[in-house]
Structure formats: structure tokens, C-alpha cells
Design a protein around this ligand. Sequence first.
Ligand code: BES
Ligand code: MN
Ligand code: ZN
Length: 508
Amino acid sequence: MPTAQSILTHSPDLAVIEAVTTPVESEVVVVGIAADAGSGEGGGTKAAPVVVAPGLDGDSTAALADLAHSVGASTKVGSTTRVPAPAGVPGRSVVLVGLGSSDDEVGDETLRRAAGAAARACRGLGAALVLLDPGRAEAVALGAALGSFRPAKVTAKDDGDDEKADSVKVLVAEGGEDAVTRAATIAECVSLARDLVNTPPNLLFPGSFADRAADLAAGAGLEVEVLDESALAEGGFGGILAVGGGSSRGPRLVRLTHRGAEGRPTVALVGKGVTFDTGGISIKPAAGMEQMTMDMGGAAAVVATVILAARLGLDLTVVATVPMAENMPSSTAYRPGDVLTMYGGTTVEVQNTDAEGRLILADAIVRACEDSPSHLIDTATLTGAQMVALGKKTPGVMGTEDFRDRVAGLSREVGEGGWPMPLPEELRDGLDSEVADLTNVTPHRWGGMLSAGLFLSEFVAEGVEWVHIDVAGPAYNDGGAEGYLPKGGTGVPVRTMLAALEDIASAG
Ligand code: BES
Ligand code: MN
Ligand code: ZN
């Protein structure tokens, strides 16, 4: 486990994922079980489940079915049951993982969740072998890798428990090795986002976050630019300066570029990096305020995604523009009633200092549009209203309609669940100010996620295809680990943004 000194530089605790084309001897073997829908079980006795164990012979598969039946192993997707390995199975024990009903098609998301839950159940048991669906190596490997992630803990001294999680071998069909390598790379970057979110706010503040992002990006071959507080003042970034002004730890604007070939599309990514959100002078209640350490989840995802674009060698230009600030109340804090001049000149009346995310994003969006991107994706833990509207696991996706629908669809394909939401014209009036071009909040609470989206839309340049992804709930899991989702930072929406980048790259 990392110490306070090392936590900002440690790498995510993830299993090493490898591809194998035949089952190899391992400590623990993962097989799937599905409820036998065809058995027409009447009379109360449940039939033995269908065992999905590619690579094993009929006798050991039948023995596993008997074992699963006799211990009453659950076939619910992601349920795990550990049993001793019967003869013919190349391991000491077996983790049976539920795949649902044998009637239902096992989709990629089911495979990812099952593999993720299984990898979690295998942690600490030694090398694991996953036998699920060799034809869908990426889904299985990605689920296993993401599920093996363990949130870091800050400890007094290094306790020697610093080793990586155990290795996980995934059975693939001939030629499936590249899919596993790709899955491992994606999982590493998702885990980077999780790790950044999980880093406590005394350790991760604008300066240290910017340094860490810059180091990682430079290491991946990206171009890096960091504006500190005086550069922000010089540039006129009124939103970032105001929000960051209450903290002794000044704000930053980080710009990371993955350069594609000449003539390829440019996509801008923008992520909210509020390293702690007290609400500022419009202070939040104490209960639950500690969760506001995750208010940089959008920034973490954007940093991870641009690095991922470079590591996968995507053939387009991706420019991440990441504003970082700590929203604190103090004698230097901005106030309700202040009128800010944002980057680009728009003026904003501050009515509530707790609606700070949209202020730093507005500056960053205007800056990002100066690169003339064809598309702009911004993401933020922006509104409590996102969770009221959609719950804790469904990102709200707003923006220009075609691109919005495309990104929301891709988000559901990758299992991040984004849902398209409107930007209703009638809410726009609520952002009119008597003393400035705009106010940062509406006078009512209706459609809070949507009015935040409308506020941002005012800063997006004409002609840019734009989406805004509100991940207030989805960026952080305050419940238990489940499937491939750990407690704490989830890394959402890294995989949605990756899918969007790949879609744009293949179209343009
Ligand atoms: N960071 C919060 C939104 C948030 C709330 C994220 C809960 C995750 C969990 C954001 O800065 C905020 O405070 N939003 C206000 C906006 C309001 C003042 C218009 C909110 O949602 O209450
Ligand atoms: Mn706030
Ligand atoms: Zn916030």
C-alpha cells in the first residue's frame, strides 16, 4: 500500500492480464454458470446449472455442474461461489460466476461484469485462469482487469503489501492476444482515473494534480502546457481564477495534446477538476461534504482518456483542456453577487458560489474552441440534479443532438449507461441576469442538470459538435463493489469518451 508521500506517484493496483490459448495450471479457475432455462423445472427442485467452461473436457464440466448444483451456487450475473476443483480442472479451486439464464444471450456487458466479479473473488488467491468466452477476449479481459482493481489506502509506512494483484490469464481463441493487450491498456487508464479520484484532497490539489497529469502525459509522449495562477491572470481566465481564489493552493489550467497526422480531425476534451468542493461562501452542509473529494472526476477521466488515445495510437488529434481549482470559503474567496469576466469576455453574475463547476468549464470550453475542434466533449460531476433525474449510475448526456445521441448510444454499448437529455429552451430564461450577460444559476431548481448544460452551451463555439456528460453520480461509487465497479472512483466516462474518439477517427 502506498504511503502519503508515494500516493501521488503510485500506479494503480491492477492484476497483470495475459492471454492463453489453452488452459494452463493455475491456483484458481473461473468458469461460468447459467440457470438451465430448458430444463422446465417444476416441482421445486432446481435443475443443475449449465456450466460454461471452454477448454475443459465433458467429465470435468459435468463434475462442475454437480458441484454447483450441490452447493446451490447462484447464477445471478456477477454472483461468485468458490468450490474445490474436481479432477481434470487445472487448478486448486474454482470460482463459479453467474451468467444469468441460459436462455438469455450473454452480451459483452454481462461478460465484463461476470469477469470483473470473478477477478475480485480471485484476489489474493494466486494466479487465476478465466475460462468464459474465448471468442470475446476483449470483454472478458477488460472485465477481469477492471474488476481486479483495488483502491489505494494511505498508510503510515510501507507495509510490504505493495505488490501488484495476482496475474490473471484469460483463455482466448487463436489470434485473440491483441484484444487482451488492448483491454489491459484501457483498464490501466480507467484505473488511473479511479486512482486520481480516490486520492484524498489534501494530497491532490490543483498544483499536485497538474504536476501528476503533466508527468504522466509527458511520459506517454503528449505535448504538455500548464498555466499557473499568474498565467491564468495574464490570460483573463476569470472563471477559473474566481473559483480557485479562495484557496491558498492556486488554480491551474492543464493542456495535453495527442497529435494525430496532418489533416485528421481534432477533438477537444474538457473535464471539471474541482479538487475539493466546499461550496465556497455558499457553503455546503457538513454531512457528506467529504465526498466532494471526487469533484475532479471529470478532469481525471479526461486526463486518462487523452493518455489512452496516445497509448492506443488513435489516428486523430485529441486536445485535453483541464481546469483545476479548489472551491474554498475564505477572505479571498469569490462572493455571491460578484460579476466575473470570463475567458473570451462573457460576463457572469455569481448568484451561488456552489455552482462553480460551470464557471471553470466555461473558461476551458472557450479556450478549447480556439483550437477549432470538429467535436468537443466535456464531462463533469456537475449537478446533484443529475442523480435526481437519472440515479447514481446513469450519466446525463446533453449537447448538439446528433452527436449527443451518438455518444449516449456508445456509452450504453460500453456499459457506462449514458442517456440523452434535452436542453429545453424554456429553461434558458432562468440564466438571464440584470447585471451581466448571464447568471450562474436559475432562480428555481427545476431541471438543474439541464440548466447547467444550457449555461455551458453559451460558451461552445458555433459549428462545434458538442456533448456534455454529467457524471455527478456515476464517477463515484459510494456503495459496495459490484461487477467490475470498485468502491470509490469508477473511471466513468473514460470508456464512453474512448468509444466516441474511435468513432470519430473511423468516420473522419
Ligand atoms: N460538485 C457539485 C455537484 C455534485 C453534487 C456532484 C453531489 C456530486 C455529488 C456541484 O458543484 C454543485 O454543488 N452543484 C450544485 C448546483 C446548484 C448550486 C445550482 C448542486 O447540484 O446542488
Ligand atoms: Mn459546487
Ligand atoms: Zn462542484
